[in-house]
Design a protein around this ligand. Structure first.
Ligand code: NAP
Length: 254
């Protein structure tokens, strides 16, 4: 969990303007990536660009966004805790991938404000904009209220669970991806395993690059819609049939 506190200019955060449009046209559609400057979000952006999607990156700090993401994506500045900065970002958006996460245990950017209220604002905006599919990176353990992370980091898992539910309730087709512990290793070298039911798995790990791939494969697979899955990696061959990967899972509410 990234515990660092990052300040950003209030004026910039209160504006929501497209900084530049450098995205390429593709058949894949336009994807709004939230948390695009984060460790997972930047891998999502890079992979989407490689696959020919048009990417709009939602960032708090345009300078950081350009430095982190390069010139191949357009940037839109905003803050998920400020609804007025969200709605304009959804113009022309087909898909959303959110890897946003609170950066502080308390204060204005605590989990309640980001992982619950912020995600709810995003889900509401996605519904209003008619988004076709919203992929949310959540976390393993969100159904365990006594999980130690809730004590150490502003009840983060409890608020993430409520953010998940806001997305389910929005009516937008969704996939909720709950990774185990995130690691910065190359992706594609291990088998990605998906399970459901949120069992406690303290040793489950997954490279952020594999999480990024799961999110993008979910956009392409109708079988991923309206499902919640926990993901981790283990020794074995990487997944080749992503539609089968998602089709093996139960939809929520069944
Ligand atoms: N760390 C783990 O082991 C672990 C395990 C399971 C799940 N997760 C979850 O997986 C997701 C990705 O994790 P990560 O470690 O890759 O993320 P990260 O590096 O901490 O990035 C978080 C991103 O969220 C953005 N953000 C924070 N507050 C925001 C706000 N108010 N408005 C707009 N953007 C905001 C940050 O922007 P700035 O760059 O401006 O700060 C950053 O781009 C998170 O939801 C995390 O909770 C993490």
């Amino acid at each position: 969990m990234n515990l660092s506190r990052r300040l950003f200019p209030a004026l910039l955060a209160s504006l929501c303007c497209t900084i530049s449009w450098a995205g390429s046209h593709s058949n894949g559609g336009t994807v709004l990536v939230i948390g695009a400057t984060g460790e997972t979000g930047k891998l999502v952006v890079a992979r989407l660009v490689d696959e020919g999607y048009t990417v709009k990156a939602f960032v708090r700090d345009a300078v950081k966004g350009r430095k982190t993401l390069g010139k191949k994506v357009s940037l839109v500045t905003g803050d998920v805790t400020i609804p007025a900065t969200i709605e304009p970002a959804f113009n022309g958006i087909d898909y959303v991938i959110s890897a946003v996460g609170a950066t502080a245990a308390s204060g204005n950017n605590r989990p309640e404000k980001v992982d619950y209220e912020g995600v709810k604002h995003l889900a509401d905006a996605a519904a209003a904009a008619g988004v076709k599919h919203f992929v949310l990176v959540s976390s393993m353990g969100v159904t365990h209220e006594d999980h130690q992370l809730n004590r150490f980091f502003g009840k983060v898992l409890i608020w993430k669970a409520q953010g998940e539910q806001a997305l389910r309730d929005s009516g937008v087709p969704y996939t909720i991806v709950r990774p185990g512990g995130l690691i910065n290793e190359p992706g594609g070298n291990l088998r990605v395993v998906a399970i459901q039911g949120d069992p406690l798995m303290d040793n489950a790990r997954i490279p952020r690059a594999d999480v990024a791939q799961v999110c993008i494969e979910a956009l392409k697979s109708p079988a991923a819609q309206n499902k919640t899955l926990e993901v981790f990696t283990e020794e074995g061959e990487s997944v080749s049939d992503w539609n089968g990967f998602f089709a093996a899972l139960e939809p929520d509410g069944t």
